[in-house]
Design a protein around this ligand. Structure first.
Ligand code: ZN
Length: 261
């Protein structure tokens, strides 16, 4: 079965910072999509902040099984209407993979319900990523640990809800540790947060990182996704109760009323 992935890129530092544009001349989203395309079961498209509706129209989201999100400098420029649209799709069953500085994106904070804050340091230090859940689908084919020569330090405490599963824990050269691969489920949607990917380092060219991204897309895909309104809250009239009951007691709502929101 083909999995339709959409890689959303903020595309700001790639067009405004020379170091970043030299590493990612076509944008980080394009390189991430290339990594996904190594898996013949994944068809990857891209979308960026600058496109109409940030490239996330109703049509695009309806055709997206898994959305990947990279943002950093312009979280505040993402329209609330699009955040709600993406939230709704996650509840319907679209997978969501939040990358690196996407921890502070509106969509991740909306779905987590917590500040999602962390410690950080930009010193190009080595990161050692430990697989702490080797039986997990996202860790398939990975060694016990792998290293990135240059990464931004993200350190604990990371103010996210307790995850469903912890797949990776990272150690940084400066001594801090971080829960770098976490899973959640919101509605029908599978969510994976994955920490590596600072824009001044070539992280998304790394082969092991590519494997994690492909594994994560396969894991996040939910064939039981639906297109119906996940906020629908139907009233069940007395006469349609599963067992015959007699109406009694005082009532607040009128017959056929939609209910309060
Ligand atoms: Zn960063």
């Amino acid at each position: 079965m083909t999995i339709r992935a959409t890689v959303w890129g903020e595309n700001v530092h790639e067009t405004s910072n020379q170091i970043v544009s030299e590493i990612y001349p076509e944008g980080m989203h394009a390189q991430i999509a290339k990594q996904l395309a190594v898996d013949k079961n994944i068809v990857a498209r891209t979308a960026t902040l600058q496109q109409p509706e940030h490239g996330l129209t109703h049509e695009v989201l309806a055709e997206t099984d898994v959305l990947l999100w990279w943002g950093h400098a312009a979280h505040g420029e993402v329209a609330d209407e699009i955040v709600e649209r993406v939230t709704n799709r996650v509840w319907q069953g679209m997978g969501l993979i939040v990358l690196h500085s996407g921890h502070f994106s509106k969509i991740f904070k909306r779905l987590m319900g917590t500040p999602c804050a962390l410690k950080w340091r930009e010193a190009g230090e080595r990161e050692r990523i430990f697989v702490v859940n080797p039986g997990h689908a996202i860790a398939a084919g990975l060694p016990e640990y792998f290293e990135l020569e240059n990464e931004e330090m993200y350190g604990e405490p990371f103010s996210v809800p307790e995850p469903m599963e912890t797949v990776f824990i990272s150690w940084f050269q400066g001594g801090e540790v971080f829960r770098s691969g976490l899973t959640y489920r919101r509605g029908r949607g599978n969510i994976f947060y994955f920490q590596p990917g600072h824009e001044t380092y070539p992280t998304y060219y790394d082969e092991t990182i590519g494997k994690v991204l492909r594994n994560a897309v396969n894991w996040a895909f939910n064939p039981q996704a639906v297109s119906s309104d996940p906020s629908d809250a139907p009233n069940v009239p007395v006469e349609e109760a599963l067992e015959a009951i007699e109406e009694r007691g005082p009532k607040l709502h009128k017959k056929g009323e939609k209910g309060l929101r």
